[in-house]
Write a new protein. Structure first.
Length: 533
């Protein structure tokens, strides 16, 4: 690369990535004092990072990845106050990583492929730097402990017990070493692309769990000391418009929230893939029973989820009345937490069956916060920095009608989506079913339940099997049991219709919804106990 590049004092952006440039990075590049972005990735540059780069005070992005650069990472990079992105991956750097400036943001620094680096901010998960002098101090300290232990028998016994305890903790720590990377929610650490590549068998189709608007979800598995850790990996398709913004929104929303009915984010990955492209992913708890969408509408070729055995083909999975009610209650409490209990209230903006996931015990967890927005609280308005022009949020059939007329996002919009999901759960029909048109929608269709037409609209499986699943025997399918089933369903449809009212002011708040559905469940259980007695 010619030394004359330094004469371009007014150059704002220089991109020479993926060429066949070689030699060292010219020292004269420090003369480009107006430089804001410098991209030199994918070449054959060698040597050290020239100290003259410290003169580029306005530098916001520096990418030197996929070269043969060596030496220590210079600390002056941490003093570039405007530097937001630093990519030094796949070089031959060694030694301690600085801890100031951009290096404090573990999602902005990329260091993969430099096996001799150590230290740095804890979130980078690099090995500790232990110098020879430190080793001598450690040895001296150990010898001191031994001398002291010989002086006092009591101290000696205590020290021995302590060493035994440390040994046990060390053994346990080996089995939990990986988990500590995933479970540290306070610092929200990142995990490497290569770790996820290995865990998902190179993102194989066999591990594909589903495809969404902004990316794909894979099952990941890592074995550690004969124990298998299973998790879900959402890989963003950054070529889709809005995918990066979705990733950042989800990270922000999930960073400080925790509730038993919200999908738990374990960690994030923000780096580059094997081809040098940007790669972003989120890692979640794995939900072995899939989504509510799977149970309501899809078929199971084996019949296992439907209660059948091998050879039972294309039988629909079935949820009992009580299971559906439990899922509805779980989802309501999740929204109540987001709307009323978070320090900054959150509107989900995309509630639908595919975003309600079920764990091994069929407990519901709301996920996918890619469209979530913070609101200001009492005013129920979206955050000031959010554009009011981006108001049509969510999926067709579930999005609140007022969003289409320019209204800002609000908790009431989530309640509308919830109402549609509730009606879908108990009719078995999507809001986008071909039977619905401009003259008839799921809300109006469900109103029939309130005027004596419940058996025309309720999912037939509920009337055939719902009460039997509660009572547990064929004999209990009496007129009493069927009548109670109808009564229970009518109450549920009343809630769903109220939530999905076109008029915002007529909708229930989500706390009332959760309380009403919980009351219906209690009545079911009371009737069950009375019937058995």
């Amino acid at each position: 690369m010619p030394m004359e590049v330094g004469n371009l004092v007014n150059l704002g952006v220089l991109d020479v990535s993926d060429n066949m440039l070689s030699g060292s990075i010219p020292v004269s590049i420090g003369g480009c004092t107006s430089m804001e972005q410098l991209y030199m990735a994918g070449n054959n540059f060698h040597g050290v990072i020239p100290s003259s780069i410290r003169s580029l005070k306005g530098l916001s992005a520096l990418n030197l990845s996929r070269n043969n650069l060596s030496g220590e990472i210079p600390s002056f990079l941490g003093s570039l106050s405007l530097l937001e992105i630093l990519n030094l991956s796949y070089n031959n750097f060694k030694g301690a990583v600085p801890v100031d400036g951009v290096f404090r943001n573990v999602t902005a620094v990329f260091l993969e492929g430099n096996s001799k680096l150590c230290g740095g901010f804890p979130g980078l998960h690099l090995p500790d730097c232990i110098s020879e002098k430190a080793n001598k101090r450690k040895t001296h300290h150990t010898m001191t402990l031994v001398v002291v232990s010989t002086i006092s028998a009591i101290l000696g016994v205590s020290l021995t017990a302590l060493l035994v305890l440390l040994g046990l903790l060390r053994k346990k720590g080996r089995s939990q070493a990986l988990n500590s990377v995933f479970l540290d929610r306070e610092s929200f650490p990142t995990v490497s692309y290569h770790s996820l590549l290995k865990a998902t068998d190179s993102f194989s189709e066999a591990n594909l769990l589903g495809v969404g608007g902004f990316g794909s979800v894979y099952r990941g598995m890592i074995r550690e000391d004969d124990a298998m850790m299973v998790f879900a990996v959402k890989v963003l398709n950054l070529s889709k418009r809005g995918a990066f913004k979705s990733f950042m929104a989800e990270c922000e929303a999930l960073r400080n929230i925790r509730h038993r009915n919200l999908v738990k984010v374990l960690t994030a990955c923000s780096g580059i893939d094997g081809s040098g492209n940007d790669f972003k992913a989120l890692v979640y708890d794995f939900m072995p029973n899939g989504s509510l969408e799977d149970w309501l509408h899809q078929t199971d070729p084996t019949g296992r989820f439907a209660g059948g055995g091998e050879g039972v083909c294309m039988r629909r999975k079935n949820l009992t009345l009580l299971q559906r009610l439990n899922i509805a209650i779980d989802t309501a409490w999740a929204l109540d937490y987001l709307h009323r209990q978070c320090e900054k209230p959150i509107v989900h903006c995309d509630l639908k069956p595919s975003n309600i996931l079920l764990d091994a015990n069929m407990v519901a967890h709301v996920g996918d916060f890619g469209l979530a927005r913070f609101i200001l609280g009492p005013s129920n308005h979206v955050h000031a920095h959010e554009s009011s022009s981006i108001v049509i949020r969510g999926s067709t059939g579930y999005v609140a009608p007022e969003y289409g007329m320019g209204s800002e996002v609000s908790e009431s919009g989530d309640v509308y989506s919830y109402g549609i999901v509730l009606l879908e759960m108990f009719t078995g029909k999507r809001p986008t079913d071909e039977m619905f048109n401009e003259e008839l929608n799921l809300h109006d269709f469900s109103k029939k339940a309130l005027s004596g037409g419940l058996e025309e609209i309720a999912d037939p499986m509920l009337l055939e099997e719902g009460w039997k699943a509660i009572y547990g025997s064929e004999e209990d399918l009496t007129s009493h049991g069927r009548g109670k089933t109808v009564e229970c369903l009518v109450s549920i449809f009343q809630v769903g219709v109220a939530c999905s009212n076109v008029q915002m002011k007529e909708r229930m708040n989500i706390g009332e919804v959760a309380a009403s559905l919980s009351s219906i469940k209690e009545k079911i259980m009371e009737d069950h106990n009375l019937h058995r007695s």
